[in-house]
Design a protein around this ligand. Structure first.
Ligand SMILES: *Cc1c(COP(=O)(O)O)cnc(C)c1O
Length: 386
């Protein structure tokens, strides 16, 4: 199925709701049965039948079908956040005493899950530099059960060779999970490269309008059913039907949005790389990126997120630059309509913060729906302050 078909039509059986073009928001916690037999039948297939909204809801189900299709997965689960998607996918595949291999700089709360929560269940983790698959091979132990990847990650954009990682993990019976939020399903489909489970912070590109926190888990029918019956139902971190309708609307333009943010990011990165006040641009689809060839091999493009390292030794220069920007607002998160800047100076030397090793001169930029000229002109006047 083409992405066009998926984004505009898949999962929308309009004859069931008065031939309405847009799906209704079924804001109901539970669903009625005619008799014992039909209730019994539904309970035996709870992940597909409509019984109770913590399990399955018709509005959320439309979103579930679309996201599974976009990731070339057999099935998916929609949850209340990307953090919850990671927690369900990870804990659903671990038991006490297991060992996990995780890439060296995952998303901060994924890092916390491994180091704080899972440590209490005697689950050990090794964080390795995943740019070389040999580092992962070396870290494998007898009790390794999960390999957690994030390619690219969302600050320095380090990649892992997904095909090689998937193959290595299969040889050792290890489940592979990847956080694919950076690329969205438009720019990279890890399941097609052999990865077992894809998770998303749908808060970023999938919804794309900075008004919903949502997550997704994509995998085989068998894996999704296992997670549904256990962690998904017990943690209960669902999305509301109202929010699901917003995400369905956000998805309508996913492909258009990804095209725009990619085009503008490419132009900005090219322009920034030539400015003397910039020490380094970090973007998987810029020729200066050390893993540019691998990016071209396994991704269809870079998204709208990149980082720059300012060419200065003074913290006050970073402050001046950030304060001078008018068209980039200072905020966490990314992937919405509004262009953002995130100065890592804010986290510099913060005790216990896992990103403390990031260069304090690094500023992460998320490109929104504005034009190249509008954003470049603003960066140009702010760089003049240095
Ligand atoms: C934001 C983010 C998450 C967490 O997603 P939430 O929807 O905020 O819970 C996970 N991974 C990456 C790469 C992210 O940027």
């Amino acid at each position: 199925m083409s992405n066009d078909q998926t984004l505009i039509h898949l999962g929308e059986d309009r004859s069931k709701y008065f031939n309405a073009v847009s799906p209704p928001i079924i804001q109901s916690s539970n669903f009625v049965f005619d008799d014992i037999a039909s209730l019994r039948e539904a309970i035996l297939d709870e992940s597909n039948k409509h019984i109770y909204t913590r399990g399955n809801n018709p509005t959320v189900e439309i979103l579930r079908k679309k996201i599974a299709a976009l990731e070339k997965a057999e099935d998916a689960l929609i949850v209340g956040s990307g953090a919850s998607a990671a927690a369900i996918a990870i804990t659903g595949n671990l038991k006490a005493g297991d060992h996990v291999i995780c890439i060296q700089s995952p998303y901060s709360w994924t890092h916390k899950l491994f180091t704080i929560t899972l440590a209490r269940w005697d689950i050990t983790v090794d964080f390795v530099d995943g740019r070389e698959v040999e580092n992962i091979r070396t870290a494998i132990k007898e009790n390794t059960t999960v390999l957690f990847l994030e390619s690219p990650n969302s600050i320095t954009f380090e990649l892992q060779d997904l095909k090689a990682c998937a193959q290595l993990a299969k040889e050792h019976g290890i489940v592979t999970i990847i956080d694919n939020s950076y690329s969205s399903p438009i720019l990279q489909n890890p399941i097609a490269l052999g990865i077992d489970i894809v998770i998303h912070s749908g808060t970023k590109y999938l919804n794309g309008h900075s008004d919903v926190v949502v997550g997704a888990i994509c995998s085989t029918k068998e894996m999704i059913l296992k997670l549904f019956k256990n962690e998904y139902m017990t943690y209960g971190t669902i999305i509301s039907p109202n929010d699901a309708a917003l995400v369905i609307r956000g998805l309508r333009t996913l492909e258009l949005r990804m095209q725009h943010v990619q085009d503008v990011a490419m132009q900005l990165v090219d322009w920034l790389a030539k400015q003397e006040q910039i020490r380094q641009v970090i973007y998987p689809f810029h020729p200066s990126f050390p893993q540019y060839a691998l990016a071209q091999k396994q991704m269809r493009g870079g998204s709208g997120l990149f980082s720059i390292i300012l060419n200065t030794d003074k913290k006050s220069d970073v402050e001046k630059f950030i304060q001078a920007l008018n068209n980039f607002i200072i905020a966490v998160s990314w992937g919405g309509h509004e262009s953002l800047c995130m100065p890592f100076l804010a986290f510099h030397d913060m005790p216990g913060y896992p990103d403390h090793h990031v260069d304090w001169r690094l500023v992460r930029i998320s490109v929104g729906f504005e034009s190249f000229e509008y954003l470049r002109d603003d960066l140009a006047q702010a760089l003049k302050q240095l």
